[in-house]
Design a protein around this ligand. Structure first.
Ligand code: PLP
Length: 473
């Protein structure tokens, strides 16, 4: 098929270029107009006053002609870069032929399922089926709740503190952040949130050998006491008939808590959790919506932690170009329900499906997974070096091209979240778009696309580093 351009050829430039101050006059006009006409739910421009006009690869131009390096990739939606020409070519051709098909078969639909079956993590590869529903990540989570309840007959949903699974009623019930749900509770009744082994919250007591004693799973212990305690918590919840829960339907987990602050789990945590799920005959639902499609340097974060999900909701980067598409990939042995058990009008978007196939091909043919692993060491060492130069950074963590530096409150009382906002603003003024995450927004989140060039990465990190050091309080 058509030629794939090299990753060095798909950007506006290698470096950002900003003339004058940002936002410029055209951006200001659009931001003011948005304030007038659109609902007050708009959130992103409140953090960064940005008005995009066009985008290519890692670069985005605003309406005043300034060029930025995008280091959050539309929140991990644009893993193969903005407007990837190879992906776009297929999508544009498909748009002219056929767009909407409900769930009638098309080559693109079935080829995408085949591709996902091929690259699915662990034992799911070759044994997966997939269902489309509504086009968002939250829709895929809703679908996973229905499926888990269907296959187990259980009601209780188990999720983790710090998690974000979406904004619709079921997904929001699994989401942990109170700020997202306060005004709309009550949601689903039977949801229990258990502690995630977070590296900077509540140090867990105990030595490595004590951890091994606490750890409830049979497999080898990773000797991390946070991990052992968190697993023991889940074990008790499932095993003790007085733990307070009804029959469980499944355990939902982000393999790396993304919105929660790019919180990476200890090495044995996910496989330990899977072992508990097997023991209690409930599915492990691994939400790969933000971590999937190569973001971690593997196709799925499940591959990083060597775990096989039973059910895997996928969205965000799946269509390659940012067309909305989601699906729930699951073990075909669970496919015991009938026609219409799960539906949705927009589950036949053929251009998005073509985009998904082409994005997978591009990642494969351009070797973007090993490349992300190579670039990971650049981000990690640059952030760790920065942490050595300021006490404000209390933790650096991530995988592949998904990283965070967590900020502690400063001595003068400024919160970690306020520091990250200042840094985000300074980076923006100098041409790099970065985001925040975590409790109170205290984690500086860096997620450049997999197609970021070495030069763009170093340049962007230089700007982030200056933003951190110039703002040291
Ligand atoms: N799950 C995870 C891990 C997410 O990061 C998100 C969105 O950020 C969702 C689910 C919900 O996806 P959407 O916003 O498309 O509904």
């Amino acid at each position: 098929m058509d030629q794939q351009p090299d990753i060095r050829e798909i950007h506006f430039s290698e470096e950002p270029s900003i003339s004058g101050s940002v936002p410029g006059p055209n951006a200001k006009r659009l931001l003011e107009r948005q304030e007038d006409v659109e609902a007050s739910t708009v959130a992103y421009p409140k953090s960064v006053p940005f008005a995009p006009a066009e985008a290519k690869g890692t670069t985005v131009r605003d309406v005043d002609g300034n060029t930025f390096l995008d280091f959050f990739s539309g929140m991990s939606v644009l893993n193969v870069g903005h407007s990837n020409p190879y992906v776009l070519e297929g999508v544009e051709a498909q748009l002219g032929d056929l767009t909407h098909t409900l769930d009638f078969p098309t080559e693109a639909r079935l080829d995408l399922i085949d591709k996902l079956n091929e690259i699915a993590p662990g034992d799911l590869a070759g044994n997966a089926t997939a269902m489309f529903g509504g086009p968002t990540g939250s829709d895929a989570i809703e679908a996973s709740i229905k499926l888990a309840k269907h296959i187990t007959g259980g009601d209780e949903l188990i999720a983790f503190r710090g998690s974000y699974h979406g904004g619709t009623a079921g997904a929001l019930s699994l989401t942990a952040g109170r700020q997202f749900k306060n005004d709309v509770a009550p949601l689903l009744a039977d949801v229990t949130h258990v502690p995630f082994p977070h590296p900077t919250r509540k140090p867990a007591p105990g030595t490595a050998s004590e951890a091994a004693e606490i750890c409830p799973v049979e497999g080898p212990c990773c000797e991390d006491s946070r991990c052992a305690l968190a697993l023991e918590n889940v074990h008790e919840l499932l095993s003790d008939s007085y733990s307070g829960i009804s029959d469980p339907a499944g355990i939902w987990i982000e393999p790396i808590q993304a919105t929660g602050g790019i919180v990476t789990p200890p090495p044995g945590f996910l496989s330990g959790l899977k072992e508990l799920c097997v023991e209690h005959e409930i599915p492990l639902i691994v939400d790969e919506i933000q971590t999937g499609m190569g973001r971690t340097g593997e196709w799925w974060a499940s591959d990083v932690y060597d775990v096989t999900p039973d059910i895997m909701p996928v969205s965000k980067s799946i269509s390659g170009v940012g067309l909305p598409l989601s699906l729930t990939v699951y073990d075909e042995s669970y496919d015991t329900w009938g026609p219409g058990s799960h539906g949705g009008t927009f589950r036949g978007n053929v251009p998005a499906m073509v985009g998904g196939i082409r994005a997978i091909e591009y990642i494969q043919d351009q070797d973007l997974l090993p490349r992300a692993r190579r670039l990971e060491s650049t981000i990690q060492s640059r952030l760790e070096n920065l942490a050595d130069r300021t006490d404000e950074i209390v933790d650096v963590r991530g995988e592949g091209l998904m990283w965070a530096a967590e900020f502690a409150p400063a001595a003068d009382g400024i919160s970690g979240g306020d520091r990250v906002s200042e840094i985000q603003q300074t980076a923006f003024e100098n041409g790099v778009l970065v985001w925040s995450a975590g409790r109170d927004g205290a984690a500086l989140r860096l997620m450049p696309p997999l197609v970021v060039t070495e030069h763009q990465l170093e340049t962007g990190l230089d700007i982030v580093e200056s933003a951190v050091l110039s703002n040291v309080n």
